[in-house]
Design a protein. Sequence first.
Length: 187
Amino acid sequence: MDTSDRQALLTLLARHSYIRAQREFTLASGRRSNYYVDCKRTLYLAQGMRLAGELMLQMVLDAGVAQLGGMAAGALPVTDAIIAAAGYRGLDLRGFFVRKETKDHGLQQLIEGAFRADLATGVIDDTITTGGSSLAAVAAMRAAGASVTAAFALVDRGEGAQQAFSQAGLIYTYLFSAEEIRQAANG
């Protein structure tokens, strides 16, 4: 992993995505926190998307998955960044996303994108607290016939996801801890 690229992405996340407020935030897990890491603020910057895609691509390749995706909307920009990085290198990696509920029009699919049930699959999210959203996506992927073996995050808040993924039979890898971002933002 390129340490200068990792440091550059950490700086972007600390500057653009770390939010500390006077009030508490309610997280997707239902937990409350006095800070929030909104990775989309960094992932939708050209440099942030490039760095996240390149750095996370190696984690995905090391896990041996051929496709990845997660719950909309958290997984969308990070999945797109990794797929773009793979495409730039000429690698065959597929991406998709899982809806919270099946569409009532069109193809009426729960899983959208380039998903194939016969490929080794990983689940991804931008920021993970307990892993609940990712595990809901895993349930949909497994119900569709996929073998899901790995979980990935750009940022892990260190609040139970590791244990939850282990219990679900997933190998879990993340790029940054929330504490790293907090220190970079406050340092």
